[in-house]
Structure formats: structure tokens, C-alpha cells
Write a protein that binds this ligand. Structure first.
Ligand code: RFL
Ligand code: PHB
Length: 391
């Protein structure tokens, strides 16, 4: 049996970032991940980093490539009633910006940093299970290459995503779930074509929502709202580009460069929060504890703020012999989580078609969008949430 101070379950961005933050404070950790490194890196997900996330990566020296290859964005466009309107994030927030840099790249950078610091990550672990987290000596068991293993720790950090084992191991009487499921999904396409515009475009149209994002000046990431019953096989590349063109303003539709997709997937949209986020020696962080619909680009950023709070809590516990951070973690994290949940729900509700709500809803959305782009007060609220609320 091996032992460590913090056993981290899951090597997604939350687990990997926590591991590096702990290492910086001299706290030992072992990460146990059920997939292979290539599988983890193959998931195409988030693209927008808040300044707080960029700063966290900087604090552990994992920001060289981010600053070389990331694209700072000072604004984005809202498209409705066929016209685009710019939200000037920098002007509305006193100079703040976001960084467009893919989650795949963040994960790769964190994996390399962990490898360079000689810290242990166990990939391809099966049958991962957590035990005794109601006491001071929790354990993680798993199977690797057919052999059973056990890891002892003082704390377990459940960073194993929405479908992980950690939240599922909490007795149902001890946990409360809050959930909202949306009646549509996002069809996403990644393609090596130049982005249609320099900044992101969020489009509200009667045909449904569309988002034009990017990974670099030569790689685009586009999304279309689609019915949950649609399958990827139903959407040829040609059909995707045609529909995207239909949801853009004439100028953008004209500028759209199409090409073969290198990834295509459909993601359901969900709002979800589990409360509390701490159960004795088990602390949940990131998607293991909460999910936001991707419209506000908050999921990865919330995972990062959770583990920043958690790393500070563990630092106080191990280095200062002070329980205050661990005791306050759940309330501290949930306060920020719920604000991001609210924003993501609001922005999703504003931008998507809800067929069951009819044309009245569409008119109200257009009125609110019109108000947003013409009222500094309303636009400021959108901008300060988008760049990220304070930590
Ligand atoms: P992850 O990334 O799901 O990682 C969890 C890891 O745990 C492993 N695991 C286990 N390991 C051991 N034992 C088990 N039993 C395990 N079960 C699971 C998994 O294999 C995995 O490696 O969670 P984490 O680290 O909390 O990170 C969260 C983010 O990945 C997520 O919130 C974002 O991707 C959400 N998101 C976005 N977030 C943003 O901040 N900005 C965006 O622009 C943005 N766009 C998006 C998104 C998510 C999307 N989808 C597909 C859900 C766009 C999309 C389309
Ligand atoms: C992305 O680039 O994948 C992306 C960007 C902004 C969002 C969601 C996803 O709101």
C-alpha cells in the first residue's frame, strides 16, 4: 500500500491543476485516472479562459505556450435580428479580457509539467473506488494491469467529472442535487479553416443558436443548437456549413470558409449542482460537483476556481495546521459556482430557441438583446460575468 497527502481522482483539468498547485506548496499527491493520456487529450471541449484561470496557470509556471499561442480577446459579437453588435469586454470591465486557448492545450501543458516534476499519475486504472472518507484515513482502491492496488491519503479530491465515482459514492441522504436539463444540444465541429471573424460570435436566430469560436488563426470551432434526437451521422459537413451560413448575418455568411471537419460531436446541455462539496475527507471539485451549459464558457473556469480554493484550504491544513480552509471550502466554492450557474442559465435562455415557448419568447429575447447592446448597465453585467467574477 502506498500513501500520499492528497489522493486525486481524475486527470482532467481540475485534477491536474490541483496536483501542480499542491506541489508548489510542498504537498504530496497521486492522481488516479481511468483513461489513457491520449484519451484525455482527445476530448475537444472548452476554449475560453478567464484571467483568473490564466493567472492560476501562471502561478505554477504553466503559461509559456498559453501566452505564445493563446489569443487574447477583448470583446465578442452578439448577433440577433440579422445584425451583429459588439460587446466591448475591455471597455466595460476596466481593461479585462479573456484568452482563447483550448482545454486540450491546457491539459497537455499540465500533463507535461506534472511529468517534468516527477509527480505520479496512474493512468488506465480500472475499478476505482473510494473508502472511509467519513474518517481521517480515506483510501482509494483500483486495479492496474490486473493487479489490485490501494492508496492511503489524508484527503481525497474528487476531480473525476460528472460521470465519476466520487460523487456517486456519497450516501444519497448526505447530498442534494439541483438540476435543469435543456431540450436541445450543441452540434460542434472543429475544422482547419480560418475563423469567420477575429472575435467570437454568439447568434440568436429563429433557426436556433449558433456560436463561432476558434482554437487558432487557422482552426475554427463552430456550434449549432440542434434537437436532442439528432445524431452526428445525420449531419454531413455540407449540411453543417449550410446551416451555419443560414444562422449568420450576410457579411459573416459570405466570409465563412468551409472545409472538412476534423471532429464532430453532439453535447447535451445541463445545469447541475451537488451540495455540499465536502463530505468528511472527500472534497469534490469541477464537473464532479457541477455542470453548466457551455454558453457562458464557465465549466473549465469553475473547475479552476474550485481547485484554487481547495489548494489554499489544503495549504492551510498541512502547512499551518489550520482547519479553516477545509471547513469553509464548500461554502466558498458554492458561492462562486451558483453565480456562474445563474449566468450560464441566463445566457443560454437568452440565446436559444425554446420551441415550446413559442414566438412570444423569441420577441422577448430580441427585446432583451436590444436592451443589452444599448444599455451600458446591462452590457456591463454581461461583460463582468463573461470575463469572470472575482475569486
Ligand atoms: P473532466 O474534464 O471531465 O475530467 C474528469 C476526469 O476524471 C476521469 N474519471 C475518472 N478517473 C478515475 N476513476 C473514475 N471512476 C473516473 N471517472 C472519470 C475522466 O476520465 C476525466 O479525465 O472534469 P474537470 O477536470 O472537472 O474539468 C471540467 C471541464 O472539462 C468542463 O467543465 C469544460 O470542458 C466545460 N466546457 C467549457 N468550459 C469553459 O470553461 N469554457 C468553455 O468554452 C467550455 N466549452 C465545455 C465547452 C464543455 C463542452 N462539453 C462537451 C461538455 C464546450 C463543450 C462542447
Ligand atoms: C469553444 O470554443 O469551444 C467555446 C467558446 C465559447 C463558449 C463555449 C465553447 O461559450
Amino acid at each position: 500500500m502506498t500513501s500520499t497527502q492528497v489522493a486525486i481522482v481524475g486527470a482532467g483539468p481540475a485534477g491536474l491543476l490541483l496536483g501542480q498547485l499542491l506541489a508548489k506548496s510542498g504537498i504530496t499527491s497521486v492522481i488516479i485516472e481511468r483513461q489513457s493520456p491520449d484519451y484525455v487529450l482527445g476530448r475537444i471541449r472548452a476554449g475560453v479562459l478567464e484571467q483568473g484561470t490564466v493567472d492560476a496557470l501562471g502561478s505554477i509556471g504553466v503559461d509559456a505556450r498559453l501566452h505564445q499561442e493563446g489569443l487574447p480577446h477583448h470583446g465578442f459579437d452578439l448577433l440577433f435580428k440579422g445584425e451583429r453588435h459588439r460587446i466591448d469586454l475591455a471597455a466595460l470591465t476596466g481593461g479585462k479580457q479573456v484568452m482563447v486557448y483550448g482545454q486540450t492545450e491546457v491539459t497537455k501543458d499540465l500533463m507535461l509539467a506534472r511529468e517534468a516534476s516527477n509527480l505520479t499519475t496512474i493512468y488506465n486504472a480500472s475499478d476505482v473506488a473510494i473508502h472511509d472518507f467519513d474518517g481521517d484515513s480515506p483510501r482509494v482502491t483500483y486495479t492496474l494491469n490486473g493487479q489490485a492496488h490501494e492508496l492511503k491519503a489524508r484527503f481525497i479530491a474528487g476531480c473525476d467529472g460528472f460521470h465519476g465515482v466520487c460523487r456517486a459514492s456519497v450516501p444519497s441522504s448526505a447530498i442534494q442535487h439541483y438540476e435543469k436539463i435543456y431540450p436541445f444540444g450543441w452540434l460542434g465541429v472543429l475544422a482547419d479553416v480560418p475563423p469567420v471573424a477575429d472575435e467570437l460570435i454568439y447568434a440568436n436566430t429563429e433557426r436556433g443558436f449558433a456560436l463561432c469560436s476558434m482554437r487558432s488563426k487557422t482552426r475554427s470551432r463552430y456550434y449549432l443548437q440542434c434537437p436532442l434526437s439528432d445524431t452526428v451521422e445525420q449531419w454531413s459537413d455540407q449540411a453543417f456549413w449550410h446551416e451555419l451560413g443560414n444562422r449568420l448575418d450576410p457579411q459573416a455568411a459570405q466570409a465563412l470558409v468551409t472545409g472538412p471537419s476534423i471532429e464532430k460531436s453532439i453535447a447535451p446541455l445541463r445545469s447541475f449542482v451537488a451540495e455540499p462539496m465536502r463530505f468528511g475527507s472527500l472534497m469534490l471539485a469541477g464537473d464532479a460537483a457541477h455542470i453548466v451549459p457551455p454558453t457562458g464558457a464557465k465549466g473549465l473556469n469553475l473547475a479552476a476556481s474550485d481547485v484554487m480554493y481547495l489548494a489554499q484550504a489544503f495549504e492551510r491544513y498541512f502547512n499551518d495546521k489550520d482547519n479553516g480552509g477545509v471547513d469553509g471550502y464548500s461554502a466558498q466554492a458554492l458561492s462562486r459556482v451558483w453565480k456562474a450557474e445563474r449566468f450560464s442559465w441566463w445566457f443560454t435562455s437568452l440565446m436559444h430557441q425554446f420551441p415550446e415557448l413559442g414566438s412570444f419568447n423569441q420577441k422577448v429575447q430580441e427585446a432583451e438583446l436590444d436592451y443589452l447592446v444599448n444599455s451600458t448597465a446591462a452590457a456591463t453585467s454581461l461583460a463582468e460575468n463573461y470575463v469572470g467574477l472575482p475569486l
